[in-house]
Design a protein around this ligand. Structure first.
Ligand SMILES: Nc1ncnc2c1ncn2[C@@H]1O[C@H](COP(=O)(O)OP(=O)(O)OP(=O)(O)O)[C@@H](O)[C@H]1O
Length: 265
């Protein structure tokens, strides 16, 4: 058994968390996502790979309605989270983003203290009853993001004063603090050095025990290291979606083969 196979959850314990059906995204008249169907599994890391401009980030942003914030963007099709349509008019996108959190390419802590960065979500969503509970959520979230020991004596200092790798872990702590069910990560390591990258990758492995993680990455090595499922995007389509070891050793589609062997991208 390879290391990758050893990280596969037992098939009978894995459930579908998100179902996407015929999802299309238009920026003005241009169709960037051209009918994507995919099931994202719970407690699994799913990697989105593919050449630049193929729509990975656009599709990722559909999963927590971040495209709502782009004026020219229009999404059609269906995305179900635990069977419920996230584009239903009754769904509050702010509440949705507490359930489906996001970590961006460039660490983007708020211009607030380390403590307040993490406390922000639980406060606005009313998840805690008092200061002691909030303290506890902040500590647990920083611990889960493997940052607690580095910052516990400087929680009042600005989050923006941390190193890049620490800032990204702070952003992960902030996302984790609302107890999300899915965490979306858009090239979370692209601004980090190899040590910080390794820390974040370790964290991703840890986080998948609790929820579903979807990561966009340009690094095929990273996709192979952290994910159990991989979707290969090309020109707005998912060309192939399968177990990660299969995608990287025995892909079905020639375009996947060409991409993983470095023939384009
Ligand atoms: N805000 C936007 N307005 C108009 N077009 C956009 C916008 N964002 C992305 N696009 C276009 O949509 C297509 C898909 O872009 P997207 O950023 O999703 O691809 P990607 O696979 O994530 O690329 P990369 O790997 O370079 O980040 C591209 O043609 C891009 O130019």
């Amino acid at each position: 058994m390879t290391d990758l196979e050893a990280t596969q959850p037992a098939p009978d314990t894995v459930q579908t968390k998100i179902q996407a059906r015929d999802v299309r995204v238009f920026y003005g008249p241009t169709e960037a996502i051209k009918g994507v169907d995919v099931d994202i599994l719970d407690k699994t890391v799913t990697a989105f790979i593919g050449p630049s401009g193929c729509g990975k980030s656009t599709f990722l942003r559909c999963l927590n309605r971040m495209n709502d914030t782009i004026e020219s963007a229009r999404v059609t099709g269906e995305i179900l989270l635990d069977g419920g349509d996230i584009y239903d008019r009754r769904v509050d996108p702010v509440q949705l983003r507490a359930r489906v959190g996001m970590v961006f390419q460039k660490p983007n802590p708020f211009p607030k203290s380390i403590y307040d960065n993490v406390a922000y979500g639980p406060r606005i969503h009313g998840l805690v009853a008092n200061r002691a509970e909030l303290d506890s959520v902040v500590e647990q979230s920083l611990r889960r993001a493997a940052l607690w020991t580095e910052v516990k004596d400087r929680l009042d200092e600005p989050g923006t004063g941390l190193s890049g790798g620490q800032q990204q872990r702070l952003c992960i702590a902030r996302a984790v603090a609302t107890a999300p069910e899915v965490l979306l990560m858009d090239e979370p390591c692209s601004a980090l050095d190899p040590i910080a990258t390794a820390q974040v990758e370790e964290l991703i492995d840890e986080l998948k025990q609790s929820f579903s993680v979807v990561i966009v990455t340009h690094s095929m090595q990273q996709a192979a290291r952290v994910s159990q499922k991989t979707a290969f995007f090309h020109l707005g389509h998912i060309v192939e979606y399968d177990d990660t070891p299969k995608i990287f050793t025995n892909p079905v589609d020639q375009r996947t083969q060409d991409y993983i062997t470095g023939r384009f991208g």
